[in-house]
Structure formats: C-alpha cells, structure tokens
Design a protein around this ligand. Structure first.
Ligand code: MOS
Length: 712
C-alpha cells in the first residue's frame, strides 16, 4: 500500500543535483534576452521615451514600448478558479498599450538583446519623461471611494446575513469590537517569474513556471488570437508559486509579443524588484468587526465589514476574508460584507490561503478577545460554540474533527498548564505568552483527467497537465498509481506541467490531491482491469508482454458529483503557539508551535508536513515581519527588495510539531483527501497575537506586529 507512505519526493534528486531544468534554464538557439524597464511614478502619463542611447548599445536587437508594441485582443479576467479551462487573465489591463501609468513599476519598455547583460545595460540608459498625477491610495476613511464587489471567486453576492445580527449584538452581555488590518504581502518565490517564448509559424511554444499551464495557454490564445491547440505551455518545475504564478501576467504577454516580432525565441526573467510589480500580491485589508456573546461563553452574533484594495482597472476581490468566518461557529446571527477601494496599485492575485489568512485573523482574534474578556479558556469557548452542522447552509459536515484537533493539540502543547492572567508566565527574565486558534480550508475538487501507460518491463507512466510547485505532486501521483496497481512507487514515472497532457486543474486552492489524485486512481483502476493482473501474479510487465503490445494505456476523466449539495466539506485544524517577549523592548520571538490537522486521507505525510510548514512560515511572516510599504506621498513601493521586505528566516521560526489526525471521509472524493496546501497558513496569526496579549496585556490588531505598535 503506497498511499500513506512517507517516501521522499521523487523529483528531489534532480533538483538537488541541479539537473532539473526550470523554464529560464532553457537557451534555444538564437535566443534573445529581455529586460523590463519599470515606471517610476504610480499614476500619470508617459510624455516621452528616449531610447536612442540604448538602441545603439552593442548587442541590442530591439526595444518595445507602447509606441511600437502590438495591439492585443482583450483578455478575460480570472474569476472562475475551479474550472481548469476557465479564463486566466490576472488583469484586464494589458501591457504597453497606451501612454498611461496606473501603478508604480508598471512596465514601460522591454529591451531585447543578445545577452541579458546587454539588455540590462541598455535598459538602464532609457530615459522616460513622465507627467505625474496624484496616486489614489488605500484609505478606509474615504468611504465614498468604495466600489461594489462585482465578482469574487464567483461566490460572493453582496452582503451575507443570517439571523438579526444588530439586535443580537445589542442584546449581548459582552461585546468585543475592533478594527483589524492585514498588510500588503508579496509572494517572492525563490525562482523569479520568467517566460521562454518561441514561435514556429503560427504555433507558439512557451515555457514558464506556472501553477496553471492550461490557463496560460487559453489566455495567450485569447489575447493573441490563436487556437488553443496551437499553443503549448510547459511548467515542469516551479521554484515557488504560492498563488503568485497562477494567472496570465503582463510579462508573459510581452515575451510572447517580442518573440513574434523578432522571429527569435525570447527569454525574459524579471528582476527581484519587479516581483513587486505586475505579478500579484496579497491585497491589504481593513476590517471593522464585532462579536457579541453571553457571560458563559455562548457567541450570539458576529459582524464583519471588510474593505480591501483593488486596482483602478478592475473589481475582483482576491482576499475575500468574509467567507471562512461564516461556517466556523454556531452563532445564530451574522453579517459579513466586503467592499473594495480602487487604488493606483498593480492587480492583486490569490496568495496562500487567500481570504482565510485575513478573515480568520479577524474572527479568531475576536474569539480570543472574547475568551479573555469573560475569563474563559479560549479552547473551551470554541468547544461551547461548536457548529454541529454548517450554520451557513444547514448541511452536515462530510467529516469534522475540529474538536479532536483541539484535544490533541492541547495535549501535545501542554495547554493544561495555561494560566490566563496577563504576564503570569515567565522564563529566564522573559515574558511567555500562549495563544491558540482554529484553522479551516474548504475541500475543493474539480474536473481532472489522467493517462496511465504500462510497459513490458513493468514500468508505469502517469501523465496529466497538473503541476508540482514544490508541493509533492510528482510523488503523490506515483504513490496513488502504485497503490492501485500494487507496485512500488519507484516503478512509476510521472509527467506533469504540459498542456499536451490530459487536462488537470490549476495548482491553486489546495485542490490538486483531491482532483488529480482521484483522476490518477481512476486511470490506474482502469489499467488494472485491462491488464487482468490476477492471471500473472500481479506482474505488470508480464501482463503487458502477454498482450504483445508496446504498451497498454488507460485514460480517466473524473469530476465531482452532487456531494457539494449534500455535505459541507472542510479541512480543520488547531494551532497552539508560545512566544517569548522581552519585557523591556517588547521584541517577540515565537518559540513553540503545535499544529494538529484533520485533512482527510494524507497520501504522503512527509510532503504534507512540508506544506503545513510552508503555510506556518507564511502566517508567521504575515503576523510578525512581512509587509510591503507604499510611500504615502506618491504611491510608490518603498521596499521592493528582500533587504527591506522582511521574509521570516530560520532564526525567526519556532520549534514546530505537527500531527495529522486519522480522518476517514467517504464523501469528499474516492481518495478521501482534503486539501492541506493552504491550511497551515490559517488562524496562526491570531494565535500569535493572542500570545502577545497574554504576555504583555497589549492587543495586536495591525499586522505585521512591530514593537512600536505594542508600545503605542
Ligand atoms: Mo493558492 S493562493 O490558491 O496558489
């Protein structure tokens, strides 16, 4: 049985040996190198571009600007993430189509040269003259600037209300109110965004680190007026995505346009600074929220009014924090709504646990503050308010081990020793704070296909257009196939990340194992049936040889049934954290983290744990170190580099202990797996800030935490 084994990732040796070739590791003959020149204003107009000095530099081939760039077909905006063949545009605003600038670092020129160095040197000599206008910046006091949310993951329609939240709030003996702010965060993968574009007549070949080869293909076909079948996109290895490599972005479009114009392959790698430009980020949010409850721990009402930023050219909320709080607790009364403020910013995109990260920070902070206010253990408050069914729609849970997560987490952490009084726990002259919070993430599954081939030597090949973005998908696919076929996973080869392969969804929303795993399992079952392994003692090679064919192939196409209408399907978990706070400087360091998760069947505990660690690092960064700062004077990005944007590092990390509960869920999908890729980044922010409150008596409601904020 290969499912459930902690086998090392099968793509690991290629990666550590340096033989795994990422998109920008390919150098086809005659390749031209691109260098993007960014705008130095956040809003205004290009008056002139003087490229004369750049044009005559040795090695320079061409320079694209809005003056000579091809005019493109409109691109459909991504609003249906669950459809593998859906629209994939990150933004309706296409690059270099006019002289307007609507956000800082917007691309104004693309230099193409024989070497990257020549392109860069020429790019630095391009002189752009601008007419700057005052940039619109996120401002939650200027409420008249709000725009309605038209679409949001296709799920949010205006204000969500249940019961009578205003009356219930007014009648509550205890009310917690607050405003909560979450920062602009950038994905900053180790591997920079890159595109290698190559035309062969009317056929286009693209290599790009992406979480969605089919989406990129369909988007490029749309905006360049091609048949999707004439576009091939490959993404075999991805050096970090986190939501920031999911959608068709302007640099890809520019590389493709340049390759067509030059009649040469074009390799475009953006700079680290441009990771803060048009490749997406987590939108800033500001939420007014309240919780009303009884003195004995029963939550009556929760209200949330969240404001998020959106670019001036489109209205899509990618940080819908008002969704997850609807289903967590049994409160009868609730209101949650989201508004957008259009600003001169690039387009936000999903970023690890998009929505849950900010929304659960708000909700779990309210619950922790409520527990502190009534002097009750925060775990006990959550137990009292357990939702027996999903209060949003009345559907039963397909499975829900939230209570067991609390139990096991509390046991592993030693929560029984918690003393609630502020500052009551100390160690070696430091204040010790403990905090906890719940985690949740929906089980998402979409249409997915897979192809399996068995060969006379007993090897099996799995192929589909899914992606391994560091998540372990190569390994998980091998395990699922091996499990069904009764062979060792080392005998399975896996091909992913190629639009020529059977369709699979984007590697987003923690859906890959449930969707792709199910497709691989179905194809493996069909292969098993065809091979009739019973007559050959289980030998795949023998079974294939008996057919006299070069290989035996099985295909599957799987899709969810009506389970969504019958069950409410979520993964749950609990985080417990300890922080150590210096009593003089209020410098805080997380020292211990325990996370217990119930995410259905875990195919590979090692790669699953790696996902949870990644989520926890994201949450710690969001709570304690990371934020992108826009200059209030001009809307420009003040810290577009890794020296000033503080990603948490190893020294910032606590000791981490994670456990997955055994959860059997026959309803979610044939594999019984829920998603784990986003769950680790949910709720932990509020656990950390409540630990700060426990240590110091001060509440942190503005992320990331800084000592100055605690002093204020
Ligand atoms: Mo995930 S933010 O949906 O890649």
């Amino acid at each position: 049985m290969a499912i459930g084994l902690s086998i090392p990732r099968i793509d690991g040796p290629a990666k550590v040996a340096g033989v795994a070739r990422y998109a920008a590791d390919h150098y086809p003959d005659g390749v031209a190198h691109g260098y993007l020149v960014p705008a130095t204003i956040a809003r205004g107009r290009i008056v002139s571009i003087d490229a004369s000095a750049a044009q005559t530099m040795p090695g320079v081939i061409d320079i694209l600007t809005h003056e000579n760039m091809d005019r493109l077909n409109p691109l459909s905006l991504y609003v249906t993430p669950l459809d593998p063949m859906g629209a994939s545009g990150q933004q309706v605003r296409l690059p270099m189509q006019d002289d307007r600038i609507v956000h800082d670092l917007e691309y104004v020129a693309l230099v193409l040269a024989d070497t990257y160095e020549a392109a860069q040197e020429a790019g630095l000599r391009i002189v752009v003259e601008y007419e700057a206008e005052e940039a619109v910046q996120f401002d939650y006091e200027r409420t008249e600037a709000h725009t309605p949310v038209e679409t949001i993951f296709g799920t949010l329609e205006g204000e969500y209300t249940r019961g009578d939240p205003d009356v219930a709030m007014a009648e509550s003996a205890v009310r917690i109110e607050g405003t909560f702010d979450t920062p602009i965060l950038h994905h900053n993968p180790i591997e920079l965004h890159a595109t290698l574009a190559q035309w062969d007549g009317d056929r286009l070949d693209v290599r790009e680190p992406t979480q969605w080869v089919l989406g990129i293909r369909n988007g490029l076909a749309e905006t360049f007026g091609l048949r999707p079948d004439d576009v091939r996109v490959r993404s075999e290895y991805v050096g970090g995505g986190f939501g920031g490599k999911g959608l068709l972005a302007p640099h890809t479009i520019l590389a493709v346009a340049a390759a067509r114009r030059l009649g040469r392959p074009v390799r475009l790698v953006i700079t680290r600074a441009l990771e803060f430009s048009a490749v997406g980020f987590r939108a800033r949010t500001h939420t007014e929220a309240a919780l009303g409850g009884t003195r004995d721990g029963r939550i009556n009402a929760i209200t949330m009014h969240m404001l998020a930023e959106t670019p001036v050219f489109q209205d899509v909320a990618f940080e819908p924090g008002v969704l997850a709080p609807r289903h967590m607790y049994a409160n009868e009364h609730m209101r949650a709504d989201l508004a957008l403020h259009a600003c001169n910013i690039p387009a936000p995109v999903p970023m690890r646990a998009p929505g849950e990260a900010s929304g659960m920070f708000v909700l779990e902070s309210l619950v922790n503050d409520y527990a502190a206010e009534i002097g009750m253990d925060p775990v006990e408050v959550r137990r009292i308010n357990r939702a027996e069914r999903n209060p949003e729609n009345g559907l039963p849970w397909s499975s829900n081990m939230l209570m067991e997560s609390y139990d096991r987490g509390a046991e592993m952490f030693g929560w029984a020793d918690y003393t609630p009084e502020v500052g009551s726990m100390t160690r070696d002259g430091k204040l010790i704070g403990w905090g906890m919070a719940s985690a949740t993430y929906p089980m998402i599954r979409t249409i997915s296909a897979a192809r399996l081939r068995a060969y006379p030597d007993g090897r099996v090949q799995v192929a589909c257009a899914a992606h391994d973005i560091g998540t372990g998908m190569y390994t998980v696919c091998a395990q699922v196939a091996a499990d069904t076929l009764g062979i060792d996973p080392s005998g399975v080869e896996v091909l992913l990340g190629d639009t020529n392969l059977p369709i699979a969804p984007a590697a987003v929303a923690a859906q890959s194992t449930a969707s792709v795993g199910t497709a691989v399992q179905a194809a493996a079952r069909s292969l098993r049936q065809q091979l009739d392994l019973g007559g050959v003692g289980g030998s795949i090679g023998e079974a294939v040889r008996r057919t006299g064919r070069a290989s035996v192939e099985a295909m599957s196409e799987t899709r969810p049934g009506d389970e969504y209408t019958r069950y409410s399907m979520y993964a749950f978990g609990a985080n417990f954290v300890e922080v150590e706070v210096d009593p003089i400087t209020l410098w805080a360091q997380p020292t211990r983290l325990v996370g217990v998760y119930a995410g259905g069947k875990v195919v590979n505990p090692t790669t699953a744990r790696s996902q949870i660690i990644g989520g926890a690092v994201f949450a710690i960064g969001m709570a304690m170190t990371e934020h992108t700062i826009r200059d209030p004077r001009n809307g420009r990005t003040a810290n577009p580099d890794l020296g000033l944007y503080h990603m948490p590092v190893q020294a910032d990390m606590p000791e981490m202990r994670f456990e997955f509960l055994e959860e059997t869920d026959p309803h979610v999908n044939p594999l019984g797996a829920k998603g784990l890729g986003e769950l680790g980044g949910v709720g932990l922010q509020a656990a950390i800030t409540d630990a700060m409150r426990h240590a110091t008596g001060r509440r942190v409601r503005y992320l990331p935490y800084t000592p100055e904020a605690l002093f204020a």
